[in-house]
Design a protein around this ligand. Structure first.
Ligand code: HEM
Length: 155
């Protein structure tokens, strides 16, 4: 059975959900929340938003490498025979996953604690770390998608 169509579809859908979600949160929701909401409402809103978004990111950071490596070995046979754009996708993709794991296990947990105990300056500091790291991952994600989709035509 040829699993390539299914795996490639799952792979790209995961990338769309993860990177598209970061784009909306970082570029659209964040500036409006920052201008309209006071810290207690704003920080509480972000805990709620992340609580809904991060389960989808968990699914993406599992599906992307599992489908990606399966595709890599079925399409190219070995790591050494894979083209440059796939190596770049692999390397940058793994970096994105490490950054996400750090965000989830360090500043996000501290943000939740700060909101639960109503220590707003601490919450704001953790949210600023998350904002910076999500901005980095958003840029990496857009670069990976450009490389993954256009890269094969560069020769
Ligand atoms: C984590 C390790 C990853 C591996 C091993 C991997 C591997 C692959 C492979 C082998 C393909 C098929 C290439 C081809 O058909 O020529 C592919 C396609 C693709 N990958 Fe990845 N990938 C990874 C992560 C990512 C990430 C993080 C993103 C985006 C955020 C991404 C976005 C894409 C896209 C958009 C395509 C479709 C390209 C197209 O068919 O036009 N990949 N990936």
């Amino acid at each position: 059975m040829n699993l390539t169509p299914l795996l490639l579809s799952l792979h790209v859908l995961s990338a769309v959900i993860w990177v598209g979600g970061m784009f909306f949160a970082h570029q659209c929701l964040r500036p409006v929340a920052a201008s309209l909401l006071e810290p207690p409402a704003r920080l509480g809103q972000w805990v709620g938003v992340f609580g809904r978004f991060f389960p989808w990111v968990w699914a993406s950071v599992i599906v992307l490498p599992v489908s990606g490596y399966t595709l890599l070995f079925s399409l190219f046979g070995s790591m050494g025979d894979a083209p440059l754009y796939v190596h770049l996708m692999n390397g940058i993709g793994l970096l994105m996953i490490v950054i996400y794991l750090f965000v989830y296990f360090v500043p996000y947990q501290k943000l939740k604690d700060a909101v639960a105990t109503q220590i707003w300056p601490e919450g704001a500091a953790q949210l600023a770390r998350i904002r910076f790291l999500v901005g980095v991952n958003l840029n990496l994600g857009l670069i990976v998608i450009a490389i993954a989709s256009g890269g094969r035509y560069l020769g």
